[in-house]
Design a protein around this ligand. Structure first.
Ligand SMILES: NC(=O)c1ccc[n+]([C@@H]2O[C@H](COP(=O)([O-])OP(=O)(O)OC[C@H]3O[C@@H](n4cnc5c(N)ncnc54)[C@H](O)[C@@H]3O)[C@@H](O)[C@H]2O)c1
Length: 246
């Protein structure tokens, strides 16, 4: 199994949980972070680097059949006006890492799996991507991130339909708020406000709760072609312009 983004946060918790349950897990990331297992450094937006990482990891653990992608970056700010503003280059990079990166990883895995044996039920592999509930109801200031995550949601069904002939499932998890390094250290009016929105349980999610969902998706063969919210009934409200005023 390969966890892209396995150096930190949701990916690291998933890599650890699945390794504890017996999977051979490798991580791909820009930074090894807290991961203490097999690792390859690569930028997911760079298809040559991703192919090279697959080659190196498959030489160690054999055919990779399960891909979890939890890489991701944010780029927020207002779209117009004099204050903290989204730039075209920031928007482009957000799309490259979140959306194109998810596609490159899925394409790389699926192309290699076409040559692998299927199991007795015809399954060859599983791809789990990570978007965000911001893709459904982005607050003010999240146009770039919401667009990038919406792209991950939108590619889920066409990829699942295309890869079905090879027995490869594709599922996307759209998390609400989870305590990870991306979030835990952050404070400020918007972050405090975000934390208060989780309905029940009225707290941010724990990364292990995300990892448990990944484990279930891998095991449950009817999970395919869908986007699953994991958010404690959180629906993001409108937000405020003044959070982006320096
Ligand atoms: N934590 C949350 O509340 C939350 C909520 C909704 C969605 N998400 C999404 O969940 C995913 C995981 O988030 P997290 O909180 O664990 O974040 P995180 O920052 O802890 O982990 C993300 C990992 O991705 C890696 N990464 C970033 N850009 C990369 C690139 N170009 N190539 C390779 N690796 C790269 C980082 O090095 C990091 O290890 C992200 O896609 C994020 O957008 C998180």
């Amino acid at each position: 199994m390969l966890v892209a983004g396995g150096g930190s946060g949701l990916g690291l918790a998933s890599a650890r949980l699945l390794r504890d349950r017996g999977a051979r897990v490798a991580a791909l990331d820009l930074d090894k972070g807290g991961w203490d297992g097999l690792f390859a450094e690569a930028d997911v937006a760079d298809e040559a680097a991703v192919a090279h990482a697959f080659d190196a990891l498959e030489a160690e653990i054999g055919v990779i059949r399960v891909l979890l992608n939890t890489t991701g970056i944010g780029h927020s700010g207002l779209s117009i006006g004099p204050d903290r503003k989204v730039t075209a280059s920031g928007f482009r990079r957000t799309m490259e890492v979140n959306t194109l990166g998810s596609f490159i990883l899925a394409q790389t895995l699926a192309e290699r799996l076409t040559a692998a044996d299927a199991d007795s039920s015809g399954e060859r592999g599983v791809i789990v991507n990570t978007s965000s509930i911001v893709a459904f109801e982005g607050q003010i200031g999240t146009a770039a991130y919401a667009a990038a995550k919406g792209g991950i949601n939108a590619m889920t069904l066409p990829l699942a339909r295309e890869f079905a002939r090879y027995g490869i499932r594709v599922v996307t998890i759209a998390p609400g708020i989870f305590e990870t390094p991306m979030f835990s250290g952050a404070r400020g009016p918007m972050i405090d406000w975000l934390r208060e929105q989780v309905v029940f349980p009225s707290r941010p999610g724990d990364a292990v709760e995300f990892a448990e969902m990944v484990a279930h998706i891998i095991a449950n063969r009817m999970m395919n072609g869908t986007v699953l919210r994991l958010d404690g009934a959180y629906r993001v409200p409108v937000g405020r312009h003044d959070w982006w005023v320096d």
